[in-house]
Design a protein around this ligand. Sequence first.
Ligand code: CAA
Length: 388
Amino acid sequence: MSVGIDDISFYTSNFYLDLKSLADVQNIDAEKYYQGIGQEKMGIVGADEDVVTMAAAAALPLLERCERSQIDTLMFATETGVDQSKAAGVFVHGLLDLPNRCRVVELKQACYSATAAIQMACAIVARDPRRKVLVLASDIARYDLASSGEATQGCGAVAVLIGANPKLVEIAPESGRYTEDVMDFWRPNYRSTALVDGKYSTKIYLTALKQAYSDYLEQGGAEFDQLDYLCYHLPFSRMAEKAQTQLSRYTHSERDKEALDAMVMPTLNYNRIIGNSYTASIYIGLASLLDNPELELSGQRVGFFSYGSGCVSEFFSGTVMPGYRDYLHTDKHQAMLQARTELSYTEYLKFYNFECPADGGDHRMPEQTKGPFRLEAINQHKRVYSAR
Ligand code: CAA
């Protein structure tokens, strides 16, 4: 029996800022963002959107094909939780009308926790192949205005259904890990924006890549030149290019630059126009690869490098299943991205500066999202969600 990804779909907000608008205000060349960090646009949430509404929207298409009663567990990976106690996934459980006997839990370790969720989900399914586990990863990347991280903001959610004999990607059991207590990126409970030591964070990312990959090899994983594609964690898409150069040198790969680029470029298309979505970004990268109409991926082996600052990282691989194309949500993804609204810089500032009321009164949220779910109100500190 094989275990892996049976279905995948993602969602991002209807609003975005083109990084040229940011560059113009900063009086710098937009190519620093377009080429230098490899990002074109960043998704910006409306006042009535959060990680719950995005995750529920990402999961909706999966429920067209999977009986709700089959979903045994919902794991919600996020760095942008909405409550210190209640798991964000419980709100999604309600919005999606999942069975009461479905267990729900939230996992946190910066951008890494979706991978922990997927590995745990595989173990649950291996123990009982009748079970399916819904893994949701949803985040809003927010940095201070005028900080080095501002251009690497974004938002998005991905829903990944893990099951036996999967239709999309079989996940191999070998995985390599690397954990080290470092302060490269963090967000204390009292802050709504992340703090980051930008250059140091990219250095630690690359160190963790080498270490996790070498552990993966020790655990019996595939040689670099046996991998056909690589999905890296994508804080910004140039990071994947840096990672690919690092790993190919470290493994003494015989591939030339063109072949190395071809392993990674198809994974970047969505993230380039969504921005960083922390936990979701690596799996939105997988969706970008699978949705590519020019590639026939059946039987191709994909490596995954998941990185969460702080830091925990993991390298593993999967094989794309024959017939995978029949089960994708490509058209929905494309339509959603094309229907987005561009914000001016002034509108972006207005969205950015919106603060959720915290005074315990009854507050209706401004109607902004065109997505299937919205945060309707915050009444006496209780979040009220609804379907649109
Ligand atoms: N045309 C083309 N390229 C240009 C350019 C122009 N006009 N101007 C500058 N560039 C290039 C630079 O040469 C540089 O390229 P290299 O990286 O190849 O040297 C690139 O654009 C970026 O320029 P800077 O290094 O000057 O950019 P910066 O200092 O303003 O910020 C950053 C870069 C530190 C990554 C910043 O975006 C940041 O702090 N981001 C947030 C932290 C982050 O994402 N870290 C990633 C690892 S941690 C992680 O992965 C977890 C997570 O999700 C946060």
